[in-house]
Structure formats: structure tokens, C-alpha cells
Ligand binder design. Structure first.
Ligand code: SF4
Ligand code: FES
Length: 385
């Protein structure tokens, strides 16, 4: 533990005002590593991946898990990259249980074994979310850039259920797999999942680099809305389906992360505390590290977390909009990616002066864009052969 962190540790030092001004965090996405056997072209990790030698150690994560509990966090989501590549994952899950955190594993499932799943369950893991790239094996393996991944995911999903753990299927959807959505719904039910996330691609980082290959057509989005509605009815009480309309075709922006620095935050493999997975794409913000400060201090004092908290920072039209306390102006990372100004109104909003332009961009790219991916890797990406 660093000297600074030790000195600042008691989160009870959080002032009562903290809860009134920006609330206390409910959940943390702990990105244990950026290493991953897959190479998905829409990966939410930054283009510049953290190196293994910079990752927080087991002891550092164990200390930080304690600080999460002190801060009032209820859930920790172990993620990556692929968190299973960390040999100490079981130790971290056990530590999370000891300090009273509900723990979820967000995984590609590649690298999981039956023994490992049961060991994680013994350590206190409560829930597993497995990502699927498609329902057809050849398509899934092509999208993930990993030859036998799809079959391994099916095996792992079976072990998760056998171990008595709750299972969510996460399916990232885009132009090249949306035609499979009905089969993906059926697959989730067959695997025994309680929840299916129909996660339309969000265009930052790697996905922005691959936007032309991923952007759905307007007709696909309309069909997706219909399939989800029908499936929700058909599998009521069996499968919960999470779904939001893709940003570029929406009229209102999503309430990204429940509001900047409001309910949840991420910790990067090297220990930076981020308001969301894509925040490092916004230039000019400095993100404090758990190596230099306690989580309690960062949550209350980090200039980056405070920068877009609440509604006071908003320009027009958000400032006087009736929806500003519902969506908090949408997504700062998307605003920055599309306008160069993180304080701009999210162009997904119909009230943004740039809304019509992004809608046109989506339609043109969906009709004429390439189908070849740039695969995610530590060398900056490799074009599909
Ligand atoms: Fe939300 Fe701003 Fe659009 Fe209003 S103007 S709906 S607050 S993004
Ligand atoms: Fe960063 Fe939306 S992803 S605010």
C-alpha cells in the first residue's frame, strides 16, 4: 500500500455532502488486465492498452477491494481484457466476498476450465457474464479473431450453470451479426441464461476505428426492435432482455453510466479511476490512480470525476432542458469523439445541432462501408486478411 493511500484510507472521512452532491458509488468495473486471447473489433478497451508489467498487483487489488467496501460499493464486476488470464482471480473474488461485495465475472470464457469455474464459485463468485460474438460458430470466431472460441464459450456456460451460478449472455450486435438475433435469443435460453444483453456497439476507441464495418442499417435496427419486443413477450419470466436503441439512430441519448461520476466507476489495469471505460479517449483530463490516493479521496476530489458531474457544467440546450436530470446530457465520450468537445450536447440527442449529420453518417456507412475488421491487439490493430 502506498504511503498516501494508507494515510487517506478511511472512507468514513467522506463528507455527508458527498452523498448529496453526487451520491455514493454502487458498482465498480475492475479491469484486471488488458490481456485477452480474443481480438474483437469493437473492444471497449482503449486503443493504447495497459502493459502487463503495469498491472496492479494482487496485494494492490486486495487493498482496493477493501476500499470499495469502505466507500459503500455493493458490486464489483471483474473484467478486462480477459480477467481469467490473471492467476490471482480466485484470490480477488475471495477478498471481495470477505469484504461483503457481490462479485460478477465478465469474461469471454476462453481459458476457463470446469475446475476453475467451481473454484471461483467456492471463492464466492455470484454471477458470470459470458460474451458471445454470434450464434453461428464460424461467424463468431471470425468476429472475435479466435479460432475455437465459440465452442469453448458453450462449454463454459454449461459449467457456470452446473456450479449454480447465475448466467448472463452478452451479445454485442452490429451490422455483421444482427441478422442472427433470433438465434442468439434462442441460444441464451438453451444455455440457461437468466439475462441477455443485446448490446449495440458503442462507437469509441476500437469500435470507432471499425465503425464503417459495424454500423447497422436503419432497417436492421427496426427489425432488432421488433425481435426484442417479440422475444420479451415469448420468454417473459424466463429470460430478461436488456436492450437500448443504437445511439446513431436514437432521438434521445442514453444516460451513460447513469451519469458521469454518479453511481459507478472503472479502475483500469494500472489503477486509474475512470468514470467510464472510454474516458481516456477524452484528451486533457487527468485520471487519478489508486496507487497515489485512496478510493474515498478520488471519488470525492478527482478533478476528472468532478468535471462533468451533475448538471452545472452543461451548455445550451442541455442547461435548460427538462431531461437534463434524466440523461445528464448523454455521453461525454461520444460528444468528444464526434465534436471534439466533451462538454457538447451528445449528438445522439435530436436537440444537438450535429444530430442530423451523425444520422446521415450512419446511413452512408451502413450502406457503403467496408466489411473488413481491424482486430484489436497491443500493436495498434491488424487489418483482417
Ligand atoms: Fe438530454 Fe441535453 Fe438532449 Fe436535453 S438537450 S434531451 S438534456 S442531451
Ligand atoms: Fe464515457 Fe459515455 S462512455 S461518458
Amino acid at each position: 500500500m502506498s504511503e498516501t493511500a494508507a494515510a487517506e484510507r478511511p472512507a468514513a472521512s467522506l463528507s455527508p455532502e458527498a452523498g448529496r452532491t453526487h451520491g455514493l458509488p454502487v458498482a465498480v468495473l475492475a479491469e484486471l488486465t488488458h490481456r485477452c486471447p480474443l481480438q474483437c473489433p469493437y473492444c471497449s478497451n482503449p486503443l493504447e492498452l495497459d502493459r502487463p508489467k503495469d498491472e496492479l498487483s494482487t496485494a494492490e487489488w486486495q487493498r482496493v477491494l477493501g476500499e470499495m467496501a469502505d466507500l459503500g460499493v455493493l458490486q464489483v464486476h471483474f473484467s478486462g481484457g480477459e480477467p481469467v488470464v490473471r492467476r490471482d482471480l480466485g484470490d480477488l473474488v475471495r477478498r471481495a466476498s470477505e469484504v461483503g461485495l457481490y462479485s460478477n465475472l465478465i469474461t469471454s470464457a476462453v481459458g476457463l476450465t470446469r475446475d476453475r469455474v467451481f473454484a471461483l464459485a467456492d471463492a464466492g463468485l455470484a454471477h458470470v457474464q459470458i460474451s458471445f460474438q454470434a450464434s453461428d460458430a464460424a461467424l463468431a470466431n471470425r468476429i472475435g479473431g479466435y479460432r475455437h472460441g465459440h465452442a469453448q464459450k458453450h462449454l463454459a456456460a454449461g459449467w457456470v450453470r452446473e456450479a449454480g451460478l447465475a448466467l448472463t449472455v452478452n451479445a454485442v450486435m452490429h451490422r455483421q451479426n444482427l441478422h442472427e438475433l433470433p438465434q442468439i435469443v434462442d441460444m441464451a435460453v438453451t444455455l440457461g441464461a437468466q439475462r441477455l444483453e443485446v448490446a449495440n456497439v458503442q462507437y469509441y476507441g476500437w469500435a470507432l476505428k471499425n465503425r464503417a464495418a459495424l454500423m447497422p442499417t436503419r432497417a436492421q435496427v427496426a427489425e432488432c426492435d421488433r425481435v426484442v419486443e417479440e422475444a420479451r413477450e415469448r420468454f417473459r419470466g424466463v429470460l430478461t432482455i436488456d436492450y437500448v436503441t443504437p445511439d446513431y439512430y436514437a432521438d434521445r441519448p442514453k444516460t451513460c453510466m447513469g451519469g458521469w461520476g454518479r453511481q459507478v466507476f472503472n479502475i483500469s489495469p494500472s489503477g486509474k479511476v475512470l468514470p467510464c471505460h472510454a474516458a481516456e479517449t477524452i484528451t486533457g483530463l487527468h485520471f487519478d490512480s489508486v496507487r497515489d490516493h485512496s478510493l474515498g479521496w478520488i471519488w470525492e476530489h478527482s478533478p476528472a470525476l468532478n468535471r462533468y458531474r451533475g448538471t452545472d457544467w452543461m451548455p445550451a440546450p442541455c442547461r435548460s432542458c427538462a431531461h437534463k436530470d434524466e440523461d445528464f446530457g448523454g455521453c461525454r465520450c461520444q460528444a468528444f469523439a464526434l465534436t471534439g468537445d466533451a462538454a457538447a450536447t451528445d449528438p445522439a440527442c435530436a436537440l444537438s445541432p450535429r444530430h442530423a449529420a451523425i444520422f446521415r453518417t450512419a446511413e452512408v456507412e451502413a450502406e457503403t462501408g467496408t466489411t473488413r475488421f481491424i482486430y484489436r491487439n497491443p500493436t495498434g490493430g491488424t487489418a483482417e486478411a
